[in-house]
Design a protein around this ligand. Structure first.
Ligand code: DGL
Length: 269
């Protein structure tokens, strides 16, 4: 089973991408909603929560872990991999595949939009520099929270427009460095269109999903389970949207195989 983990709804974008590539893969999604947001937390706290979440996923039978949270990838997992000199393992993180997405497209200068924790780590720019890419870091501290809370399109669009105003003229691409951001891809695209600059928005989740399937394989019975550590309403809502259920039939979201794991905390500690 592939265990996918985020602080809230953002990792659903990675789950959706995995399912597109490998519909048979068994997936367990852990949303640490009791501790959302991660992006404004100190590294030590993010590390503690990560160890707990990974232990919970392992205890539930996950053999490959996808850290579908840039804040965790940038502050905990990627620095650890760099330190150990490990290129690939059964814990998939966001930074490597995201930079690879830019490299594959031949991008030389891009703007990274991300949480404060991700920007503070500086790991994206370091990894990108090694690939000959100039990454301009732009922290968007409130955006993931607004998306998680499902506030109005206008409110989200205004934060995105403000962030786009900080993109240097030399940058040709925007890298979405938080898994919450692709949940509002249409707002990104219309804000970019409105700003009248030829900017391309890169969503790295497909590259992350490809990595996960390369490591884990595509086998399974298509089981999808959800685990929450706290309030689950917004993730349920986003999950309904992400898997195309809510718009067709609001009741059908209740049929998704949700599990509320309030014991996750104790088990992982
Ligand atoms: N989805 C998380 C990420 O990719 C951010 C949300 C949060 O701040 O917890 O960084």
């Amino acid at each position: 089973m592939i265990g996918v983990f985020d602080s809230g709804s953002g990792g659903l974008t990675v789950v959706r991408a995995i399912q597109k590539i490998a519909p048979q893969a068994d997936i367990l999604y852990l949303a640490d909603t009791a501790n959302f947001p991660y992006g404004s937390k100190e590294n030590e706290e993010i590390k503690r929560l990560t160890l707990r979440a990974v232990a919970c996923l392992r205890a539930e039978g996950a053999t490959t872990i996808v850290v579908a949270c840039n804040s965790v990838s940038a502050t905990v997992i990627r620095p650890m991999m760099e330190w150990l000199g490990v290129r690939q393992c059964d814990v998939i993180e966001m930074v490597g595949p995201a930079v690879e997405s830019l490299s594959r497209r031949g991008v030389k200068d891009a703007a990274l939009m991300a949480t404060s924790a991700t920007i503070r780590s500086g790991i994206y720019t370091a990894v990108a520099r090694r690939r000959g890419i100039m990454l301009r870091e732009i922290a968007v501290p409130t955006l993931a929270g607004l998306i998680e809370r499902d506030v109005s399109v206008q409110e989200i669009a205004s934060v995105i427009r403000h962030a786009l105003g900080k993109v240097p003229c030399s940058s040709s691409h925007i890298l979405l460095g938080c898994t919450h951001y692709p949940l509002v891809m249409e707002i990104w695209l219309s804000a970019v269109k409105a700003c009248g600059r030829p900017l391309t928005v890169i969503d790295p989740v497909v590259a992350v999903a490809e990595d996960a399937i390369r490591v884990h394989g595509a086998q399974g019975s298509g089981v999808l389970r959800f685990v929450f550590t706290g309030p689950s309403e917004t993730v349920l809502h986003h999950a309904g949207d992400a898997f195309g259920l809510v718009n067709e039939n609001p009741e059908s979201v209740a049929k998704l195989p949700f599990v509320i794991a309030s014991d996750c905390k104790e088990r992982g500690d």
